[in-house]
Design a protein around this ligand. Structure first.
Ligand code: DC
Length: 227
């Protein structure tokens, strides 16, 4: 799948609380790229399923419920947000119930297929809004959604440091258990895509990570404007 040359796609993958969202947000602000947080998509669908009383161990019910959902995008500043049936999901997506269920819904092929189409369609949204780049972060962006993206990063961090970051945000989240489920699922598991630039952020500040990624983006933009 070729990525359109007019838009630079930057893929950032990594485990739970590895700093992907903060890095993507800072990068989007620095370069005026559109930012897409795909964990939000899986969380939003999970919250909706829980609200409808759908269980992740009932794939046919999940599939039927998915058909009823319309997925749209609202762009605010640099961020592109998923709206489900015309509504942007709220704080419920960070609840302990969603934290506990999200990896189970994210393992369902029907959920992933629906979001793959939606996530790839964000290229058109970014182009329509005049952005020169799209930074998308998640677990399978550089491996499945945009395997041809010219810049693909994978963020690591020590589990203790990641738990500290989540606790600082006041969240209850079983990071290592989610990583275990996300890495062991059959469809689009969390993995370091071949050719991705791996960054261990355990002892780095957010600024240092952003500067490291930004340097690669600048280099790419320079090279493509010269050619
Ligand atoms: O980034 P996050 O922790 O908010 O993501 C929540 C969950 O969503 C994560 O545990 C697995 C799932 N996810 C996924 O399977 N694929 C993605 N591209 C992004 C998130």
């Amino acid at each position: 799948m070729a990525s359109p040359t007019r838009l630079l796609i930057v893929a950032i993958d990594g485990g739970a609380a590895s700093g992907k969202s903060s890095t993507a947000r800072a990068l989007a602000a620095r370069f005026n790229f559109m930012q897409v947080e795909t964990g939000f998509h899986y969380r939003a669908i999970t919250a909706e399923m829980l609200r409808l009383g759908v269980r992740s161990d009932d794939p046919s019910h999940s599939q039927r419920a998915l058909h009823e959902l319309s997925l749209e995008t609202r762009v605010e500043g640099q961020a592109a947000w998923l709206e489900i049936n015309g509504r942007r999901p709220g704080d419920e997506i960070r609840s302990p119930e969603v934290n506990a269920a999200v990896s189970h819904f994210a393992a369902l092929p029907a959920v992933r297929a629906r979001l793959l189409t939606y996530q790839r369609s964000q290229v058109d949204v970014a182009l329509a809004h005049g952005f020169r780049g799209l930074v998308m972060e998640g677990r399978d962006i550089g491996s499945v959604i945009f395997p041809d993206a010219p810049l693909r990063f994978f963020l690591h961090a020590d589990p203790t440091e990641r738990a500290r970051r989540r606790a600082q945000e006041g969240q209850t989240d079983s990071i290592t258990e989610r990583d275990r489920l996300d890495s062991s699922r059959k469809t689009a598991p969390l993995t370091i895509p071949e050719g991705a630039i791996a960054i261990d952020s355990t002892y780095l500040t957010l600024n240092e990570v952003v500067n490291h990624v930004a340097k690669q983006v600048e280099q790419h933009l320079r090279q493509s404007s010269a050619s």
